[in-house]
Design a protein around this ligand. Structure first.
Ligand code: HPA
Length: 273
């Protein structure tokens, strides 16, 4: 699959025509966190299947539509339903959503995800502001011919998780009932959850939380110079910490349980962006 700049532009132009305006902020909602889409006022809703050159959502708990509307005084484009490597997409295909959002004109990207807590001081229901990530598996959304219009062949990842946005999120956490940490996200390709031995290794190597998303989006955003704030919801303790098997039901249940304070926290962040 080789997409040219014009292929991405075709998707973005279609969306701009449907939206009738340019969004300021992009949001990608994680597993069980799709209810935030309900916060958009008078949304224009575009199912992914209608967008030229776009991908199709297959993951459980992901609606598969792009919404445009106002939240907290900001014009927001919201992807309700994201794309994951475990669904069968190539890393290269996973560049598409963020590149299209970039061409819509957003000035910041907010990523949310469900993740397993690796750090033993974290609890289910806590939030982690991602400070950095570790991805030791092969593959990159930027592999293959470089699309120069987006960014250079080789690019810096030193501040991919934008420091000023992380500071803002941590400051605003003080007036939220949520417990908010800052830490390192470990990318796990899935769809299997990790083994207990893998979790011990991840902890030893510096991971605080583990999940199957976000990293491809953060890489794509860094390449095209888009500021990123990424928030992980600790939906469960990672494998082997508690004597219970991990299930996707637990992930969705915990995400649902913190819906109200998490929505309020994200709204507060948006109003300051
Ligand atoms: N591991 C990987 N991905 C996840 C987890 C987990 O424990 N919880 C939610 N997404």
């Amino acid at each position: 699959m080789t997409y040219t700049f014009d292929d991405y532009k075709k998707s973005a132009d279609y969306l701009l025509e449907r939206f009738g305006d340019r969004p300021e902020i992009g949001i990608i909602l994680g597993s069980g966190l799709g209810h935030f889409a309900g916060e958009l006022e008078d949304p224009v809703v575009v199912p992914y299947v209608q967008i030229p050159n776009f991908l199709r959502s297959t993951a459980v708990g992901h609606a598969g539509q792009m919404l445009f509307g106002a939240v907290a005084g900001k014009k927001v484009v919201c992807m309700s339903g994201r794309f994951h490597y475990y669904e069968g997409y190539d890393f290269e295909q996973l560049a598409i959503p963020v590149r299209v959002l970039k061409l819509l004109g957003i000035r910041a990207l907010l990523l949310t995800n469900a993740a397993g807590a690796v750090n033993l001081s974290y609890q289910p229901g806590d939030i982690m502001v991602i400070s950095d990530h570790i991805k030791l598996t092969l593959g990159s959304p930027m592999r293959g011919a470089n699309v120069e219009e987006f960014g250079p062949r080789f690019f810096d990842m030193g501040s991919a998780y934008t420091p000023s946005l992380r500071r803002l999120a941590l400051e605003l956490a003080e007036r939220s009932p949520l417990t908010v940490h800052e830490g390192v996200y470990w990318f796990s390709p899935g769809p299997q959850y990790e083994t207990p031995a893998e979790i011990r290794a991840i902890r030893a190597l510096g991971g605080d939380a583990v999940g199957m998303s976000t990293v491809t989006e953060a890489l794509t955003a860094a390449h095209c110079g888009l500021p990123v704030l990424a928030l992980s919801v600790m939906t469960n303790m990672a494998a082997g910490i508690l004597p219970v098997p991990l299930t996707s039901e637990e992930v969705i249940e915990t995400a649902n349980a913190i819906e109200k304070p998490f929505t309020a926290y994200v709204r507060d962040i948006l109003s300051h962006l």
